[in-house]
Structures are given as C-alpha cells and as structure tokens.
Write a protein that binds this ligand. Structure first.
Ligand code: GLY
Ligand code: MN
Ligand code: MN
Length: 467
C-alpha cells in the first residue's frame, strides 16, 4: 500500500516549474497523497466561517534551536498545515475571503540554491502558487512591509495571539500603523478574534481524508504497541521498547511519535508523563506504554499496560480488571449527544468505587467524590479531542456547559489508576502499580467506532503476546 516518495516526485513537489497533481506522492509523507483540492476546500470552509468582512493570519511557529547550530526537527503548526498542507518553516498565510483577487496570500521562503543545498528543497514563491493554492506569494522577508495593507479595512482579524511573540508584535505594529492611516481610508480591524471559534471548529469535525489519515496513524500505533508487548520482558530497558515503537512508526511511513512516548515500568507507570524511559524492566513489573504514531500530521494516542513476565499478579489483575471494565463501559457510552463530562463523571464514580473496594480509600463513594480524594489515584481527565494535535483543537464547552458529542469528532477514552510506591497508607500489595488503558474513538451517526480496536487489551491476549 505504501508508496515511497520517488526522488523525482520529491523534487517536483518543491520545484517552481511543476504543478502538483492530486495523486502524485507528496514530499510530506511516503504513501500520503497530497491533494491540493483538499486544502482548497478547507480554506473555503474557513473563509465562509469568518465571513467576507474578515481577514485571517495563520503563521508557522519559529524553528527552535536545540544547541550550538543544531535545530529541533521542524514540524508545521497544525492550523497552518490544515489550511495549506505546507510543511516549511517561515510561512504566513493571509486569507481574505471578501477580496476580489488575491484571497489566498502566502509569505514563504524564496528559492535559494545555496540554502537548499544545506537545508533542503523549498517550494518558493512559484511552488506556493502552483502547488499550494496561493493566489499570490511573497518572500517572507516582505511580511512586515505588506501585512498592514493586507489587514486594512477588514472588520475582524482572525489571529491566534499569544503563540509567537514575534508575530504578535508584527500584528500590533500593523494595527498601530493602520490607526495612523485611518484618515486616508486605511483603517485597522475593529476586533481580533481567536481562531478557536472558527478554524478549530472545523478541525474538530473530521473530514473523510482526515479520518483516513487518523485510521492509518491508529493502525500503525496499534501494531507498534503489539510489537512492544512481544519484545518486552524482564531485563529489557524502557528505551528499547521506545526504540521498537519508533521503528514501527517510521518503517510504516509515519513521521515518528505524535508526542513524547511514555514507557514506564513498575512504579514509573504511576508518573503520568514519564518520558525518561531509561530503566530496566524488572520481573513482576507492569509496563505502561502511552504512545502514538504521527502519520501525515495526524496522531494516534494509545495506552496499554501489560505484565513484563507474561502473567499479571493477583494484585495487578485486581487493578487492571477495574480499569478495563471502566474503560469498556465508558467507550460504550460514546454516541452523539453525550458529553465528555458525562463520560468522565461515570469513570470517576466507577474508579472511586474500585478504590474503595480495593482498600485504597475508606468511606462511601459519594464522600470520596465530594471531597476529591479520589484524585490521589485518578487525577487526570478521561478524554480529549484527537487529530492533528494529540490534545487536538476545539472548544470543550459551549456557553459554559460541556458540549454534546457530534458525528465526526474523535476523542480518547483513557481512565487509569495510579498507586505510587510512596503511597504508604494503602495496602502494600497494590503499591507501585500504574494502569492506563486508552483508545481512540470516532463518534458516528448512531454511536461510535473504536479506531484502535486492533490493539489488544483483554487479559488473555496480552498475556499471550507478552509471554
Ligand atoms: N499521551 C497524552 C495523553 O494521553 O493525553
Ligand atoms: Mn495517551
Ligand atoms: Mn490521550
């Protein structure tokens, strides 16, 4: 299925003289089809949402220095990728829905044979127009020169303040300049509007091509978890399992992990964002892996917990069974109209009941929910949106209330129980056990589809894989 990017196609995707064609393997990812019409349709939907009197500015975030002269690998900002498919740094998109011409304006790095020899191919101004749908393209060095004029006389400016100080300053400088030119007929926007209300609503409702990418990301992620289960045994190091994940992600055409992989054995599994991944796995450990493959910029987000030796201890089973039952019941709740808050409330009650049954907490379920003491062992939310970002864009509330799920949304369901070794007040047999089980769930017209169903979580299957 996967089509490696032929070298000629990679060059063509950046070349000023070749028009990108739907169906030609893109430069972005092996096997992923770059279809300019997909991104044009997204821009149209966004422009319709903001209306003809608005202008939108969406920029890449700055490249980050790692050390010396080495940069962190660049990954395009998801908003900009969603609207353009353009993966280069130093890019700004200006959308002007009401303009007669030049509705899609791009500022990009110009072609530069010497720089391209060092840092890689660029689309340049011609590529931005021919392949990425810009009506007009300028060198990014001209951004400050031209921005104020592009913003003039629009009622609303849709721009995400607070992401990048440099862009914030450019925007405020453009507004300040327009205040000075008002008498000459070039006035500033009356309001700066957060893209959460428009662009992020679009991102929240996944289109078919997005679901296709997510399905691939989820399939590779599931296979990577299975590969880790097969490899993991006492004596393996956490980083070796991380390597197995990375190998699976990359060898299947993913760009790598969509967030730092968490591989925690024993007590490390009780640290929610444990990413050091450097310890040896000991006999009797549970291993918690929370990792997702990013494919065509969309990421999976699976957590699985399994016994390194191939057999759960009785105490581990006690905890695992309660988390699994909770997770499966929570997934069963997912359908249009239900809210993430309702699912979380259900999980909190089920897990608090488990905590009392297991002897982690005393008293009644209502008391322990009311005083919040369940948070000692279940301290995170149950769900988040999933898509281009692991914690994907989209408002969680409407009018101060949790919003109902709708078909096309993708969420995680990820309850857990975390009982650290230092929890000296709880039965000793339960200390040092951390369990999280996480799947990726698409809301459908009549219920849901588990996109990560291929990743086993029932005890018999995972014990067999781990043995
Ligand atoms: N790995 C991040 C999360 O599960 O939310
Ligand atoms: Mn996760
Ligand atoms: Mn998650």
């Amino acid at each position: 299925m996967l089509i490696p990017t032929p070298r000629a196609a990679a060059a063509a995707s950046r070349s000023s003289s070749v028009v990108g064609v739907a169906g030609v393997a893109g430069s972005d990812i092996p096997g992923a089809m770059f279809d300019p019409a997909v991104f044009a349709a997204r821009r149209e939907a966004f422009m319709t949402a903001i209306g003809p009197d608005a202008v939108a500015v969406v920029s890449s975030l700055p490249e980050r220095l790692r050390n010396g002269d080495a940069m962190h690998p660049f990954r395009q900002h998801s908003d900009l990728y969603y609207l353009t498919g353009f993966v280069e740094p130093d890019t700004t998109l200006v959308l002007r829905p009401g303009a007669g011409t030049d509705r899609t304006v791009m500022f990009v790095r110009p072609r530069d044979p010497e720089m391209e020899t060092w840092d890689g191919r660029r689309a340049g101004l011609e590529g931005a127009k021919a392949r990425y749908g810009a009506d007009v393209a300028y060198p990014v060095a001209e951004l400050e020169l031209r921005l104020w004029d592009l913003l003039a006389n629009h009622d609303e400016l849709h721009f995400a303040l607070g992401l990048d100080e440099r862009m914030d300053l450019r925007i405020t400088a453009a507004i300040a300049r327009l205040r000075r030119t008002e008498k000459k007929g070039r006035r500033p926007p009356r309001a700066v509007v957060d893209p959460r209300l428009t662009l992020h609503e679009l991102r929240l409702h996944k289109r078919p091509e997005e679901l296709a990418a997510l399905r691939t990301a989820c399939a590779i992620t599931a296979d990577a978890h299975v590969a880790a289960m097969k490899r993991g045994r006492p004596g393996t190091f956490e980083y070796q399992l991380e390597a197995t994940l990375d190998y699976t992600f990359r060898s299947r055409g993913g760009s790598g992990p969509g967030y730092a992989s968490i591989v925690g054995a024993g007590d490390n599994a009780t640290i929610l964002h444990y990413i050091e991944n450097r310890c040896e796995i000991m006999d009797g450990d549970l291993v918690l892996i929370d990792a997702g493959c990013e494919y065509d910029h969309y990421t999976g987000d699976i957590s699985r917990t399994w016994p390194a030796s191939g057999t759960f201890s009785a105490a581990q089973r006690d905890v695992y069974d309660r988390v699994l039952a909770t997770q499966e019941a929570a997934i069963a709740m997912v359908k249009p109209g239900v809210t993430i808050d309702e699912i979380h409330t259900f999980c909190v009650r089920a897990l608090t009941t488990a905590m009392i049954d297991l002897g982690l907490l005393a008293g009644t379920v209502d008391e322990r929910i009311a005083d919040g003491s369940y948070r000692r062992f279940y301290m995170h939310g149950t769900s988040h949106w999933l898509g281009l970002d692991v914690h994907d864009a989209g408002a969680y509330t409407r009018g101060g209330k949790a919003r109902p799920l709708q078909p096309g949304m993708v969420i995680t369901i990820e309850p857990g129980l975390y009982i650290p070794l230092h929890a000296v007040e709880v039965p000793e047999r339960l200390r040092g056990i951390g369990v999280r089980i996480e799947d990726n769930i698409l809301v459908t017209d009549d219920g849901h589809e588990n996109l990560t169903i291929a990743c086993p979580k029932d005890v018999a299957t995972i014990e067999a894989l781990c043995r």
